[in-house]
Design a protein around this ligand. Structure first.
Ligand SMILES: C[S@@+](CC[C@H](N)C(=O)[O-])C[C@H]1O[C@@H](n2cnc3c(N)ncnc32)[C@H](O)[C@@H]1O
Length: 195
C-alpha cells in the first residue's frame, strides 16, 4: 500500500495527510517513515485511529521502535509526525479531511458485525454506514485506498462508489492494479505483500 501511495500521491512540499481507519499496531502507517531511495523524501502527517486503546498503546511503542531502527537499504527517511487516536470511525464526528485514507482489513472486520449503528446511521449496519463515513474523510481529489480479503473487486466497487457518496474527484483504489471506472480505481492483487 505504501508503494501504491508513493507512485500515486503527487509530491508535496507540505506534509501529505494520511489517515488509517482501524490502524491496529500502526505498522502500515509507520511504513511511511521511509520512502524508496529512488524517490525524494516526502513529509507526512499521519493519523491512526482505532477504537481499541490497546492497539493505540501498541502503535505508540511500535513507532518508538521504528524510529530508532537503522535505515533499511534503498530507503530514504521522511519527516513524519503521527497523531494516534482512540476513536470510532463509525460513530465519531470528524471535521478534518485527508489526502489519502487507508483501510487494510478494517472494512473486512466491521462488515462482520450485525449490530446496527445508533445515532447518525440509525439502525443501519456498519458495512453500510462505513463507506458514507469514509467519503466524508477524503478531501476533494484525494484517495481512498483499501485492501480486502473478504470482498471481491465487484463488491468493493459497488459499496464504495454509490452515487449518493458524491461526485467528487475522489478515487477509490484497491491495491495495486488500477483502472478508472467513474471515480474508482481498483486492483487485482489479494494476498501479496500489501505493506
Ligand atoms: C483486521 S484489523 C487491521 C489492523 C491494521 N489495519 C493492520 O493492517 O494491521 C482491524 C482493526 O480495525 C479496528 N476497528 C474495527 N472497527 C473499528 C471502528 N469502528 N473504529 C475504529 N477502529 C475499528 C480494530 O480494532 C482492528 O485494530
Amino acid at each position: 500500500m505504501r508503494d501504491w501511495a508513493t507512485r500515486h500521491l503527487p509530491p508535496s512540499p507540505t506534509p501529505l495527510r494520511l489517515l488509517e481507519c482501524g490502524c491496529g499496531n500502526g505498522t502500515l502507517l509507520l511504513s511511511f517513515l521511509t520512502s524508496p531511495s529512488s524517490s525524494r523524501p516526502q513529509p507526512f502527517h499521519l493519523t491512526g485511529i482505532d477504537y481499541s486503546p490497546g492497539a493505540i498503546f501498541l502503535a505508540k511503542g511500535v513507532e518508538t521502535a521504528h524510529r530508532s531502527a537503522p535505515l533499511e537499504d534503498e530507503a530514504v527517511r521522511n519527516e513524519v509526525d503521527v497523531d494516534w487516536r482512540v476513536g470510532d470511525i463509525l460513530r465519531d464526528k470528524f471535521t478534518e479531511e485527508w489526502d489519502l485514507v487507508l483501510d487494510k482489513g478494517t472494512f473486512d472486520a466491521l462488515a462482520l458485525s450485525s449490530e446496527p449503528i445508533d445515532g447518525e446511521g440509525e439502525g443501519r449496519l456498519p458495512s453500510r454506514v462505513y463507506p458514507e463515513k469514509v467519503a466524508t474523510l477524503v478531501r476533494e481529489g484525494g484517495f481512498f485506498l483499501i485492501t480486502s480479503c473478504n470482498f471481491t473487486e465487484e463488491e468493493i466497487r459497488r459499496r464504495f462508489t454509490r452515487p449518493e457518496l458524491g461526485e467528487s474527484d475522489t478515487v477509490v483504489a484497491l491495491v495495486p492494479r488500477l483502472y478508472p471506472i467513474q471515480d474508482l480505481y481498483i486492483s487485482e492483487s489479494f494476498g501479496r505483500d500489501l505493506r
